[in-house]
Every structure is written in C-alpha cells, then in structure tokens.
Design a protein around this ligand. Structure first.
Ligand code: SAM
Ligand code: ZN
Length: 258
C-alpha cells in the first residue's frame, strides 16, 4: 500500500488520534518562534553523579558503550526522530543508579531511549517501563515503530499508543508513583509543561524528570524554576540540542510543590 492510502486509512479509522494529530500540528506551528538558548553545564558525568548522590568514580553505570553499539547496529540508517547518545547514556546512568521500579516515557519512534531504559532494567534485574507514543505515520507505514527494541526486552514493557495529553494522566493514575519520567514526545511549550506537571505529581521523592530537546522552548526552564529543585542542562554530544534533568527533593522544599 502506498503511503497516502495508508495515511488516509489511519486518519479515518482512528478519529480520536486524528484530532490529536491536528492539535499537535497547530501547537507546533504556534511554537515555531519559541526556541531558547541554554547555557549547558560541563563535566556531565561528575554532575550527574552528584545529582544522583553517587561517587563519580563508579562501576555501577559502566557497560553503556556495548548497549549503544548493539542499539545502533539494529538501526543502520539514520532517522530524524532518534534520540542522541548523550540522553541515552544519561538514561542508562540514571536507571542503573536509581534502580527504579516504574518508569514512564513519552515518544518512542524507533525506540532508542526505550531500548536503553529496558536494557538498564534488565541489568538491574528489576523495573518496568510504560511508553506513550502517538506514532509518526510515515515511520509506522515503513514498519519502523520500536524496531530497535529486541523481543527479549519487551517483557518489562507496555506500549500505549496515543497522545500523551490523552493517556499520560490515566497511565500515571494507574501506576501511582514512578521513579523516573522521560519526555521525548511532542516538544511544544504547552505539551511539555503539561507532561512535566502531571509527571511531577507522580514522581517519588528523589525521583528524576528527564527531558530531551529542552531548547525547543522555555518550558523546561520555567518548570525547573517553579520546582526550585536541582537541575542539570546538558548539550547533546553528536547533534545539536540539549536535554535536561530535574531531581525531586527527598524532602519537599515547600508546601504546594510536592
Ligand atoms: C523525538 S521522537 C522520540 C525518539 C525516541 N525517544 C528515541 O529514543 O529515538 C518523538 C516521538 O513522539 C511521538 N509523538 C508526537 N506527538 C506525540 C504526542 N502528542 N504524544 C505522544 N507521542 C507523540 C512521535 O510520533 C515520535 O514517535
Ligand atoms: Zn555511575
């Protein structure tokens, strides 16, 4: 089937998704002027370990390079959606150190961050991941959604198809508390603030919010300021852009921010 016929079929068969796709498109257009510059920090490895209350010289988070090699080997061509090596390494480090029981992410595409999170959980022998994704239709047409995720890692994984606005609150309500939230879906100011707000309420004390593409707009900075919590801003390594982390304090700093 040609792409146009496939797209028309999906748009007609999934009217709720179609409304969400139109909404996303409008939001993206309105956001086109909101890109911001951040001053990224240096010495990510040390600062990340500091944020995680872990010594920088550690063996806990070694092993990422092998995982990255196997992920990239399953993706021989490039795709504009794929997460960069910087956020992937950070996701690996966070999961190896925090040993989260429940992780939620938005935005799967071919499944780079999904695979790294699941691999880290496999190394921990612990944890489950829920991923909410409104699939890119061209990628879906080519059969490329989540191709990086090997079958043996999928036992810890729940894929939720649809927009985060529609599904994130329900997934989080069902899970109760999570230890890590990773945003990598629709990078508009409104959607990022929405996701950060809902996820933060469900984040356990000491849990982490990790977001890709924080230079798309000011949402990450605004949210970080509002929480008043320690945060890190990191430049991507092999492509442009930046990602960021905010750690929820173990003792809530002020009323109304828990
Ligand atoms: C940047 S890609 C994700 C990259 C992926 N995390 C990786 O590691 O390669 C963004 C993904 O979010 C999906 N998406 C777009 N709008 C969305 C929405 N409103 N809710 C959830 N996912 C969305 C896109 O179809 C795409 O699959
Ligand atoms: Zn470490």
């Amino acid at each position: 089937m040609g792409y146009k016929a496939y797209r028309t079929g999906v748009l007609l068969q999934r009217p709720v998704e179609t409304v969400d796709r139109i909404r996303s498109r409008l939001e993206r257009r309105l956001d086109a002027v909101l890109a911001v510059d951040f001053a990224p920090c240096q010495g990510i490895h040390e600062r990340l370990h500091d944020l995680l209350d872990a010594p920088a010289t550690c063996d806990v988070c070694s092993g990422f390079d092998d995982v990255w090699r196997s992920v990239t080997a399953r993706l021989p061509d490039s795709c504009g959606h794929d997460a960069g090596v910087g956020i992937a390494r950070t996701a690996w480090t966070v999961v190896r150190h925090l040993r989260p029981q429940r992780v939620v992410e938005t935005g799967v595409a071919r499944g780079v961050t999904t695979t790294v999170l699941l691999e880290a959980m496999e190394h921990n022998g612990y944890g489950e991941l829920w991923s909410i994704d409104l699939p890119d239709l061209r990628l879906a047409w080519r059969g490329g959604v989540s191709v990086a995720v090997p079958p043996e890692l999928r036992t810890r994984w729940t894929y939720v198809r649809g927009s985060s606005r529609r599904f994130l609150p329900a997934v989080l309500a069902e899970l109760g508390q999570i230890q890590l939230f990773l945003h990598d879906g629709l990078h508009t100011h409104g959607n990022m603030l929405f996701e950060f707000g809902v996820a933060w309420r469900h984040l356990a004390p000491g849990g982490l919010l990790l977001s890709d593409d924080i230079d798309s707009n000011g949402a990450f900075g605004h949210f970080g300021n509002w929480t008043g919590s320690p945060l890190l801003i990191c430049p991507e390594e092999t492509k442009s852009g930046a990602y960021g982390l905010i750690r929820k304090p173990i003792v809530a700093p002020a009323a109304g921010r828990a």
